[in-house]
Design a protein around this ligand. Structure first.
Ligand code: ADP
Ligand code: MG
Length: 287
């Protein structure tokens, strides 16, 4: 039978904006030693700013328009930022055959032309050689009908409490903090360094994120538990694989909330520390 105080713990946690889907997760959470984070939208705001449009064969405004139209069906933070930078109403009748390739980007027919917008991986898939060298931010390459047309430079910033949350997790006895991301190594390493994470793995596809979590699960001490924190549609498989899947609810996708064991009602990374502390307190009361 489940001790009554578990329910009290779940109830108490919910008052703090921490929704736990079962008493077993409360117990597992109290034994967390590894905390693995997704980057975009979890440790960073997930609100990219467009810093520049670099074009070669086409006017800047036109390039941005093709990119925004190709990205018009996606709710990915990168798509939203490109649509925002474009700023005009999008005529969806000009767009067809939209395909979103997770961890890569999008392709779509715009005015009958095949537009691709995404990272190096996407260009490679299409046999296109991107021409761009920048030291700051994420680069979204644009190709039209197989020809390289330029790129959009975007950047995201860390959430104001991310660094403090990593430090507080360490103080609370967490042995390892890890960041997983589909973003470029250069960008990922900068963020990890700034936040003081122990390990960082970048340029990962959703399936690579699952593989990394499986590797960490095999590596960790037997009794220790691994928590994964994410918010995106892409994160659902990883949330399911971790001992404790934690979704950041306020901006999180329905798929992530569905797959999670614990849902945080807001996007503040300090809530993760709070959740672990609540679980420990509750378990102390039970035993
Ligand atoms: P993260 O792991 O940081 O949450 P994603 O897996 O969602 O990131 O995306 C990884 C990378 O794939 C992005 O940094 C970007 O280069 C590319 N990408 C993903 N979705 C899109 C999109 N809609 N448009 C352009 N590029 C994208
Ligand atoms: Mg993400």
């Amino acid at each position: 039978s489940i001790p009554l105080s578990f329910f009290a713990g779940i109830g108490g946690a919910s008052h703090e904006g921490v929704l736990v889907k079962g008493s077993n997760y409360l117990e597992a959470m109290s034994q967390t030693k590894y905390v693995v984070f997704d980057k975009t939208g979890t440790l960073t705001k997930g609100v990219f700013e467009v810093n520049g449009v670099h074009h070669s064969e086409m006017e800047e405004e036109k390039l941005l328009e093709y990119a925004a139209l190709a990205e018009s069906a996606s709710s990915h933070p990168i798509s939203r930022s490109i649509q925002r930078a474009y700023g005009k109403e999008i005529d969806r009748t000009r767009v067809s055959e939209i395909e979103e390739i997770s961890g890569n980007g999008v392709t779509a027919k715009v005015d009958g032309k095949l537009v691709a917008a995404g990272n190096d991986k996407l260009m490679k898939r299409l046999g296109i050689t991107p021409i761009a060298c920048h030291s700051a931010g994420t680069i979204i390459h644009i190709a039209i009908d197989g020809k390289y047309m330029g790129h959009i430079l975007i950047s995201d910033v860390e959430k104001p409490t991310s660094k403090e949350a990593i430090r507080a997790l360490k103080s609370a006895g967490i042995e390892k903090t890890v960041m997983l991301t589909g973003d470029a190594k250069r960008v990922a390493d900068q963020v990890a360094e700034k936040l003081g994470l122990d390990e960082v793995y970048s340029e990962l596809l959703p399936s690579d994120k699952v593989a990394q979590v499986e590797r960490l699960l095999a590596e960790k001490p037997e009794k220790a538990k691994l928590a994964f924190v994410g918010d995106g549609i892409n994160d659902a498989p990883v949330l399911g694989r971790a001992d404790i899947g934690i979704a950041m609810g306020a901006m999180g996708s329905d798929a992530a909330i569905e797959a999670a064991d614990v849902v945080l009602m807001d996007d503040d990374p300090l809530k993760i520390v709070k959740a672990i502390k609540i679980s420990k307190k509750c378990i102390r009361i039970v035993y």
